[in-house]
Design a protein around this ligand. Structure first.
Ligand code: SIN
Length: 277
């Protein structure tokens, strides 16, 4: 039986690893798939260099991990509804992911993972920061962990996607159809069994069991804790044709927009997940 010969090089002990020895444009053997999956479970976000991918190859790689998610609002290239374009240039008024978040947590079954391929990156800037939500949870006091573990929160999308995609969004999304969901504030990862924080500053609007003021202040405390938690973060420096694959169930990410007016461009494939518990 051929064993995978991929190499896993951690970026930090807390989160992130670069994977060498795999060509994502080719079908993965069972051993290589298992090794990549294990690396994702251990390091929460994994990175690949020098990957030239067509949209079809990008989607095929994603499909090894599950059905592909179709973004509820963002436009996609003709014939590729599963592709989310990530692009910024001198005309951009915003960038996707410019605040700490996990992807599309407004869905009832939010994505398990996202696979971003950037074919064009600026000479300086444009890093993506990743934060480990197991680490964020474990860095809280026992009392706070217990308190948060009994709470649920509403995640909404209209305020995120409405203004952005109203005019050029998908045909099927109309008023009142923006997804929203209620999820536990602390979720248990379905593979590792570890607990992690599952509220984020983009989509989460309200902790259900608290008053509006209590909810606002507690969410702010959690977001501050995540943002200043440099001991459970890593920062990825992109090059043309790098790929990042993050596990949305146990990470958040933040795309730095420190390269305006330069171009940063690529495509994201998003893998469906299950209902958080
Ligand atoms: C995203 O949130 O998917 C965008 C991340 C990035 O552009 O680095």
């Amino acid at each position: 039986m051929a064993l995978s010969n991929i190499r896993v090089k951690p970026l930090t002990a807390a989160i992130g690893a670069e994977i060498e020895g795999v060509d994502l444009s080719q079908p993965l053997s069972e051993d290589t798939f298992n090794a990549v999956h294990d690396a994702l479970m251990s390091h929460n976000v994994i990175f690949f260099r020098d990957q030239e991918l067509t949209l079809e190859q990008h989607k095929e790689f994603g499909r090894r991990f599950g059905d592909l998610h179709i973004h509820p609002a963002a436009p996609s290239p003709e014939g590729h509804p599963e592709i989310l374009k990530i692009h910024a240039d001198e005309n951009s008024k915003y960038v996707a992911g410019g605040a700490w978040h996990t992807d599309v947590s407004c869905d009832i079954e939010p994505p398990m993972g996202s696979i971003l391929h950037l074919h064009t990156v600026p000479d300086q800037g444009g890093d993506t920061l990743f934060s480990n939500m197991y680490g964020a949870y474990e860095a809280l006091s026992d009392k706070m962990q217990q308190f948060l573990s009994g709470l649920t929160a509403k995640h909404r999308s209209e305020h995120v996607h409405g203004g952005r995609y109203d005019k050029n969004g998908k045909e099927h999304l109309r008023d009142g159809e923006y997804p929203e969901a209620i999820h536990p504030v602390v979720r248990t990862h379905p593979v590792t069994g570890r607990k992690g924080i599952y509220v984020n500053s983009a989509f989460t609007t309200r902790i259900m069991e608290l008053s509006r003021h209590e909810s606002h202040d507690l969410l702010q405390m959690i977001y501050n804790h995540i943002a200043r938690g440099v001991d459970f973060q890593c920062r990825f420096r992109w090059a043309n044709n790098s790929v990042a694959f993050w596990d949305n169930r146990c990470t958040q990410h933040h795309a730095a927009w420190d390269y305006f007016p330069n171009i940063r461009s690529g495509n994201r494939v998003t893998v469906q997940g299950d209902r958080p518990v």
